[in-house]
Design a protein around this ligand. Structure first.
Ligand SMILES: *[C@@H]1O[C@H](CO)[C@@H](O)[C@H](O)[C@H]1NC(C)=O
Ligand SMILES: *[C@@H]1O[C@H](CO)[C@@H](O)[C@H](O)[C@H]1NC(C)=O
Ligand SMILES: *[C@@H]1O[C@H](CO)[C@@H](O)[C@H](O)[C@H]1NC(C)=O
Ligand SMILES: *[C@@H]1O[C@H](CO)[C@@H](O)[C@H](O)[C@H]1NC(C)=O
Ligand SMILES: *[C@@H]1O[C@H](CO)[C@@H](O)[C@H](O)[C@H]1NC(C)=O
Ligand SMILES: *[C@@H]1O[C@H](CO)[C@@H](O)[C@H](O)[C@H]1NC(C)=O
Ligand SMILES: *[C@@H]1O[C@H](CO)[C@@H](O)[C@H](O)[C@H]1NC(C)=O
Ligand SMILES: *[C@@H]1O[C@H](CO)[C@@H](O)[C@H](O)[C@H]1NC(C)=O
Length: 594
């Protein structure tokens, strides 16, 4: 929705991500109904609510709405029956400061954390695997609704899957907000933040107020919205379900949470899987994260290379150049041209506007690098653009960014965790110095430019620090970590997996030979076998190993990408189920930035 003039729409903090608007299919389900009907407040109200969910109630007449289990210290509410698996919900109250009760005051300041659990059908040992989807602002509740079915297929029926909205995120209370109301956010979050030099004056001035607003909106709770506190919350969750050992699978930012947990609570870290790894030393200690995007350009190069391999029939860009160098140059030239000469697209009176560089590069290309299953469409949209018809690209990327969620939970967690605030930034204490520093970073890869407003806020951050955590090396956990990574991940490069591998004694890397963000980006039975073996028996490879991708991962015809394995006799029923689940995960472009 960017106008012809330089837009006054603040681009959302894409640097720290959020959700694809079109993919937001949260299912509130029957949970609210049962929660309400369990409160006896009069027949009429119960009947009214029940009436709209008659089907659900008839389907599960024997499920009591409230559930307690032996050995647990929490009351669950029956929430849903999800692909034939029972789903239960609860809210857990955790202390505001997990590490120093004095700070919670006489009124027991706290956060309320929503939990969700999908019960395994044969989880006779009642082991819960905790999941975090990334973000940091990712909702675990939504994650389980969207991907619980497929993750259950991968880990099998012997485990329950348990996730949660981390403190500050989505339905947890209080939530991380920098504005007291949505209206205030709409009015005051407008700022130009695209061009490092031209926009820096306005951005610098705006940021000084924005960061104060975060502190004043959150009050004393704000400082405690950070990863070490969330790691401690995971112990509160384990305690509530009466489980001593941590079983965990974290993706993207979830790997930062997993590493933090494993460092703080090594004796409980029995099965920790980190998938698509964040460098914890940079996250907590560096003012600039240079490593984060170390492979983004390599993934883009992979897109171009695989496109030419696939040929014009499967990649619409393939006919436009002979070599990958030529195609890459052409693409970058055409897209960069949109910086100063955006194109106008007119469909009809309700759909028209402007397609610019930022929409295509950060709203189209960058998110597609996470999921090779999207490459075919990306190529089609870009081919139109290169050939002078921007309609498809405009419809796909021009109307709104792919990330759509107030970025404040992401921002607050990462800035509270990291080297934020003028003191940490030392001599970089004025606009000119900040811009110079960032231009140098942006020169390493054009994908860094998306973080302009993030770094302005990081430099100016004034929220008092609420943790003293420092990552360590040589960490010996109850059982070594399993580290998963693709070879080329656009936001969590393999080199960061190596740094975790170095920090955690005995940990092993299983590398999936391909492109994409986290191993969920590509189907691989080999990965699933490693995950299962690790979870059930603690099995780790003797040394770091690689796994192949199954089938044809890049530029496959729709619905043909899995055919290489479907119908193969040697696959048993269970393997086929895992394979199909992985294909669904690979196609699902719901994701967090990190
Ligand atoms: C959790 O708390 C929220 C309010 O913060 C409420 O709407 C929801 O019903 C509660 N969920 C359960 C399972 O009690
Ligand atoms: C806990 O917090 C209180 C109040 O902020 C402080 O005085 C005390 O030193 C802290 N205790 C520890 C062990 O950090
Ligand atoms: C959590 O905080 C709320 C709001 O301050 C308070 O009313 C409630 O009593 C606290 N809960 C617990 C269990 O301490
Ligand atoms: C259930 O789990 C037990 C071990 O925990 C296993 O022996 C049994 O085969 C499993 N049953 C099914 C149906 O998967
Ligand atoms: C947060 O929770 C709301 C209400 O349940 C839901 O509609 C929404 O999709 C969730 N958003 C995210 C980003 O998780
Ligand atoms: C414009 O096009 C869209 C998509 O084809 C359509 O849904 C919409 O009704 C059209 N609006 C008008 C005013 O024609
Ligand atoms: C451009 O592409 C759109 C969508 O593919 C198509 O409807 C339209 O006719 C094309 N315009 C021109 C001028 O070719
Ligand atoms: C970095 O600077 C060099 C030299 O000025 C320039 O050629 C190159 O294109 C720049 N790279 C990026 C990604 O901006």
């Amino acid at each position: 929705m960017e106008g012809e003039r330089e837009p006054l729409i603040k681009r959302r903090r894409t640097g720290w991500g959020a959700w694809r608007r079109s993919e937001r299919a949260y299912r509130p389900s029957a949970s609210d109904v049962f929660a309400l009907s369990s409160v006896v407040i009069g027949g009429i109200l119960i009947w009214l609510f029940a009436a709209s969910h008659v089907r659900d109630i008839h389907r599960y007449p024997h499920h009591p709405p409230q559930r307690k289990y032996d050995g647990e210290h929490i009351t669950w509410t029956f929430c849903d029956n999800f692909f034939d698996h029972e789903v239960e919900c609860a809210n857990l109250t955790v202390p505001m400061d997990q590490f120093n009760a004095t700070n919670n005051g006489p009124d027991n300041k706290n956060f309320s954390i929503p939990l969700i659990r999908m019960r395994g059908k044969n989880a006779t040992d009642n082991i819960n695997i905790l999941l975090n989807p990334g973000g940091p602002g990712g909702s675990g509740v939504e994650f389980l609704y969207r991907r619980g079915k497929q993750l259950n297929a991968i880990v099998g029926e012997n485990f329950h899957l348990l996730s949660f909205d981390p403190r500050g995120v989505n339905q947890s209370v209080p939530r991380a907000d920098c504005y007291p109301s949505d209206e205030a956010r709409r009015e005051m979050s407008l700022v130009r933040d695209k061009r490092a030099i031209q926009d820096s004056g306005e951005l610098w001035a705006w940021t000084s107020g924005h960061v104060k607003g975060c502190v004043d909106t959150m009050g004393v709770h704000g400082s405690y919205i950070n990863t070490p506190q969330t790691a401690a919350d995971m112990n509160s969750i384990l305690d509530a379900v009466g489980q001593e050992d941590m079983y965990y699978w974290g993706f993207s930012y979830g790997t930062l949470l997993g590493q933090t947990y494993a460092t703080l609570f090594r004796e409980r870290s029995k099965r920790v899987i980190i998938d698509g790894v964040v460098n914890q030393f940079d996250w907590y200690g560096s003012i600039l994260d240079r490593e984060e995007l170390a492979d983004t350009d390599n993934v883009f190069a992979g897109f171009v290379e695989e496109c030419l391999k696939a040929g014009p029939e499967d990649c619409a860009l393939a006919g436009l150049a002979k070599t990958k160098e030529e195609l890459s140059k052409k693409l970058i030239a055409s897209i960069s041209k949109l910086k100063d000469e955006p194109v106008g697209v007119y469909v009809n009176a309700t759909i028209h506007g402007v397609l610019d560089y930022w929409a295509v590069w950060f709203g189209g290309v960058f998110p597609a690098l996470y999921k090779p299953a999207n490459w075919r469409d990306l190529a089609t949209n870009l081919a139109g653009l290169l050939q002078g018809n921007a309609t498809k690209a405009f419809l796909a990327y021009g109307q709104d960014g792919p990330w759509d969620l107030p970025g404040e939970p992401n921002e607050m967690v990462s800035l509270n965790d990291g080297a934020s605030g003028p003191e940490k930034w030392g001599s970089i204490n004025n606009r000119a110095a900040l811009v110079d520093t960032l231009l140098e970073l942006f020169n390493e890869s054009s994908f860094h430019e998306n973080s302009l407003s993030h770094y302005f806020a990081k430099q100016a951050w004034v929220m008092p620090r609420g943790h003293t955590y420092v990552p360590k090396k040589g960490v010996q956990t109850a059982h070594p970590l399993l580290v998963l990574s693709t070879t080329y991940d656009p936001v969590c490069p393999l080199v960061s997996a190596r740094s975790a591998n170095d920090a955690f004694v005995g940990s092993k890397i299983v590398e999936l030979k391909g492109y994409g963000h986290c191993t969920l980006a590509l189907p691989s039975l080999c990965i699933a076998r490693h995950v299962r073996g690790y979870l059930s028996e603690g099995k780790l490879p003797e040394s770091n190993v690689q796994c192949d991708v199954d089938g044809k991962p890049y530029f496959a015809k729709p619905d043909e990408d899995g055919k290489a394995l479907v119908g193969v006799k040697s696959l048993d029923e269970e393997e086929m189920k895992i394979h199909l689940a992985q294909l669904e995960l690979a196609r699902d472009s719901w994701f967090t930035h990190r």
